[in-house]
Design a protein around this ligand. Sequence first.
Ligand SMILES: N=c1c2ncn([C@@H]3O[C@H](COP(=O)(O)OP(=O)(O)OP(=O)(O)O)[C@@H](O)[C@H]3O)c2ncn1[C@@H]1O[C@H](COP(=O)(O)O)[C@@H](O)[C@H]1O
Length: 111
Amino acid sequence: MTTDTLERIAQVLAQRKQASADSSYVASLYHKGLNKILEKVGEEATETILAAKDAQTSGNTDDLIYETADLWFHSMIMLSALDVHPQAVIDELERRFGVSGHVEKASRKQD
Ligand SMILES: N=c1c2ncn([C@@H]3O[C@H](COP(=O)(O)OP(=O)(O)OP(=O)(O)O)[C@@H](O)[C@H]3O)c2ncn1[C@@H]1O[C@H](COP(=O)(O)O)[C@@H](O)[C@H]1O
């Protein structure tokens, strides 16, 4: 997924805040509220983990890709519901780029 794809999805998610629940899946989640959105993120995370375990044994990654797309999509709805643009997450990943996870963790322990 390129940043352009994330941007296009973010624009649709913002537009769906004005849509009726009957006309749009995303709008129906906004209408149900943040707890329902978080429940969906949790469900999709679990389904992604199960798909990863299946992929490990079968060697087929099709379901893993499908479930990860569901997880990323529902995570984006969560961010949108809280008015966080995906660019903020990309910026955070960019900030971490090139910093070893071990080095970053060690720097946190000194705080
Ligand atoms: N990328 C997606 C996307 N990925 C997954 N989904 C939906 O997410 C849901 C996944 O939930 P589940 O797998 O748990 O299936 P479910 O049983 O239908 O869900 P529940 O009834 O349990 O809530 C399905 O209904 C999928 O259709 C998506 N729905 C929409 N989009 C994008 O969002 C745009 C706006 O969608 P609408 O708001 O529906 O117009 C679309 O044009 C797409 O670009």
